[in-house]
Write a protein that binds this ligand. Sequence first.
Ligand code: KIV
Length: 267
Amino acid sequence: MIEKITVPEIVKMKQRGEKITCLTAYDYSFARILDEAGIDILLVGDSLGCVVQGRENTLPVTLDDMIYHTRAVVRGRKRALVVADMPFLSYQVSKEQAVQNAGRLLQEARAEAVKLEGGVAMRDTIMKMTEVGIPVMGHVGLTPQSIHRFGGYKIQGKGKIQREAVWRDALAVEEGGSFAVVLEGMPKDLAAEITGRLSIPTIGIGAGAQCDGQVLVIHDMLGLFQDFTPKFVKRYADLKGVITTAVKDFAREVREQKFPGEEHSFK
Ligand code: KIV
């Protein structure tokens, strides 16, 4: 196994036809587990707004929140590439603002790349960031920071006009100089076509199996967050169930004075 995943290594994985694995991580303990399990990219997603902070959507997440969580993830990983999401309004106001804020994620939090949402509108910003040495992962299709414009978490690229718009966005992100792009919430044939056309890797979420890699939110795939479960999520474990049983066992044993036992006590 490769010792350290770097940005160029992610691009080479596409060239070698190797699938790229990506999961979100928001803290040290999870980062260690995912890294030791061999996940290629740890994405400190602004989804932490929902699954960690209990907010309705990702819009209230701040740059300081992202720096705090990214620092913890970086401390837990040895091999994986750490990509930090740029939160809403931390990169859309100007190219200068985008460079400065992405710079904080690299300098203060030690992320190795950043991710931002948007296609055509972000091309020049991505170009500027890339020029100064900041690796950028794009994100097109269903971009959660645009939830109010979409009127909800709606699959993008369904009709002819929308399909062309997603195409334009994907091409713009590559033109800007991104090293990879997340394709979220779109028909699988559209994602497959885009994947075939782009030279940079596509990382899919709700975009079918033909993408170069796949990403899921860790709380969704482990069954930790069950407020709502999108169709594209496969639940690989029921940690909510495991935790509930463990916590109930603890509470019962405390009430019945079975915990702590002799083996957990000091003489
Ligand atoms: O915020 C996030 O976790 C994401 C992934 C779902 C791609 O952007």
